[in-house]
Design a protein around this ligand. Sequence first.
Ligand SMILES: NC(=O)c1ccc[n+]([C@@H]2O[C@H](COP(=O)([O-])OP(=O)(O)OC[C@H]3O[C@@H](n4cnc5c(N)ncnc54)[C@H](OP(=O)(O)O)[C@@H]3O)[C@@H](O)[C@H]2O)c1
Length: 418
Amino acid sequence: MTSAVQTRTDTLYDIGDLPPLGTVPRQMYASVIRPERYGPPDQAFRTEVLDVPEVPPGFVLVAVMAAGINYNNVWSALGHPVDVVAMRNKRGEPERFHIGGSEGSGIVWQVGAGVRSVAVGDHVVLSGCRWEEDDPGVRLGRDPLLAASQQAWGYELNWGSFAQFTLVADFQCHPKPVPLSWEEAACFMLSAATSYRQLTGWAPHTVQAGDAVLIWGGSGGLGSMAIQHVRRMGGRPVAVVSSRDRFEHCLRLGAEGVIDRREFGHWGRTPPEGTEEHRTWNEQVRAFGRAVWDALGERISPRIVFEHPGSDTLPTSTFVCAPGGMIVLCGATSGYAADVDLRVLWMRQKRLQGSHYADLRECRAVTGLAARGLLDPCLGRTYTFDEIGAAHQHMHEGTQACGNLAALVGASETGRVS
Ligand SMILES: NC(=O)c1ccc[n+]([C@@H]2O[C@H](COP(=O)([O-])OP(=O)(O)OC[C@H]3O[C@@H](n4cnc5c(N)ncnc54)[C@H](OP(=O)(O)O)[C@@H]3O)[C@@H](O)[C@H]2O)c1
């Protein structure tokens, strides 16, 4: 089957330039990672000219106007813990390169056979998870995030948003929130939807009015969204950051209190019991618990702990979580081997819950909130296309701006809404 008829052109368009609607160039600029460059992101990414992919049935070619920057492509650049190119080559895909980018905004440019949910010219934002629609689990109505075929587009899957054109399944397209600029629309889907599932998807541990919620990385992408979700649901967010100049950002979004994690030194794996180091660790983790109470102005512990740093913070998260509460985690920036004192988990009946991205309903929920002005996408910085490597380098070093990050691709300047 072929996709809907389009004119093909040999013209290579500059970044910030678009061909006429209906014309698809044979080649495009892409910000590319190759295995021979794996390493620090500012060296791993390079702008190259590549062929525009063909559009299979059920798929859509989107002209990317702006792309969101996320931590997953720090991992792709490093080639660790997963070599994404080798992984795909092993399953038979020939490309020896990776085009990352797991979210973005753009214009539908070409639709494959059988696509009815979007049309050429539609303005869309793209969600970052894909699964086979005939996956047996999906057909049985199970959570698609549990499907064997579920993978992250622009990370496990190629042809992400760091290019002039990206290839997505039609169901990854959602209406662009009209009031947002292309770069605002590009930057928030992944962090907003992931945090939404963490806070609403694991009943009975959903945010209830009055619940205290501890949010690690309150000024980061996930944290900036989580603070707003918790506040909107009537909860009491307490944010943790690593510098005083990030306090204001968290307070503006609705944090009831903010804690500077540099005032504590007990991070990482738990020292062996009976040692002096363990005694110090115990004092520090208790002091951190008191800092949470101080932030709230009363001695209540968080019913939900919003986790993603992993190794450095999980022992503390487990300790400070209220009896019967939940630690919900979607990542492990500081390392994925972490200690949990199992006695605390069972004696206090706490729940340790993994959570990964979001289904389509959750993606629509957050784009709807943004469209109605109820969720600030928190765009912290907009990079140029050639700075995509630098943006990931800043993230890798922890020197990025507060909030979410984006890079312009097809949009010629910031602030354009169409
Ligand atoms: N599974 C999923 O679907 C999914 C989706 C989105 C993100 N993630 C993962 O979640 C993590 C965070 O993503 P993000 O977009 O929020 O990244 P981000 O914008 O870089 O924010 C992360 C924040 O975490 C804090 N942090 C970093 N290292 C820390 C440590 N050792 N201890 C405590 N806090 C630390 C930093 O804030 P301070 O230095 O101010 O404390 C930083 O601002 C990443 O690992 C990402 O891969 C997973």
